[in-house]
Write a protein that binds this ligand. Sequence first.
Ligand code: MLT
Length: 263
Amino acid sequence: MIRQVDVRGVRFQVADEGTGSAILFVHGFPLNHTMWSAQIVEFAKTHRVIAPDLRGFGGTDGALYSVSMEQFADDLADLLDALSIRSPVTFCGLSMGGYIGWQFVQKYRHRVSHLIVCDSKAAADSSDAATNRLKMADIVLRDGPEPVAWAMMPKLFAKCSSDHCPAAIESVRRMVMATNPIAIAAAHRGMAVRPDVTGILPTIQTPTLIVCGEHDTISPPAEMESIASAIPRSRYVVVPNAGHMAPMEQPEFVNRVIREFVL
Ligand code: MLT
């Protein structure tokens, strides 16, 4: 069921399916909850699946000039309250969703039973990367999402998987093109100033699963493996024949890995 949930003046669009302990799926940039379609179908069989569109993205309003990863995390905590979910959840984020996950697990530790970070990073942006994001924020506000689609699409999918998942690629392209430019600019500005969380990784006591596409060039396997090795109770899994969008490229493999972790 797709619900509209009002939280502190923002109307969130949220997929809310199934019953049981909750898994919160947090999408990457600049996408929406439908990137988790295969996970929503699978995990709604056994869990309550909550997959929101983040502030400004998809069907959610409330876009701001800049949105920090902490603000996105606060939104999610408020959203769980609005949905009366008080028990700890499994938090599963991809890329920007992972940046938000680091903030969520620091600030709302008691609300997370398991943390899953797919194709993401712990380090902050280099100063060049941050500068490029600020430029891209201005470009998107002027020209719309197309320049972001041009910049990102070639990096998201592994060559080997793109042959057999043209529908996934087309759906991501459509998601990017349909995203509100104000939300894209705001998230770029927020990601440009996100903190380096490498130092907090050894303090995370929550059981954590790190998932990385074998051919991810945005958050490469070596970098993700070192994140996993810094977190005490972590498991690290490489997804064969996948790039940055591993849960879309190899949904059955990723679903199996998540299921083994959360059971
Ligand atoms: C994402 O997939 O969310 C982006 O690659 C995050 C980023 O731009 O760093």
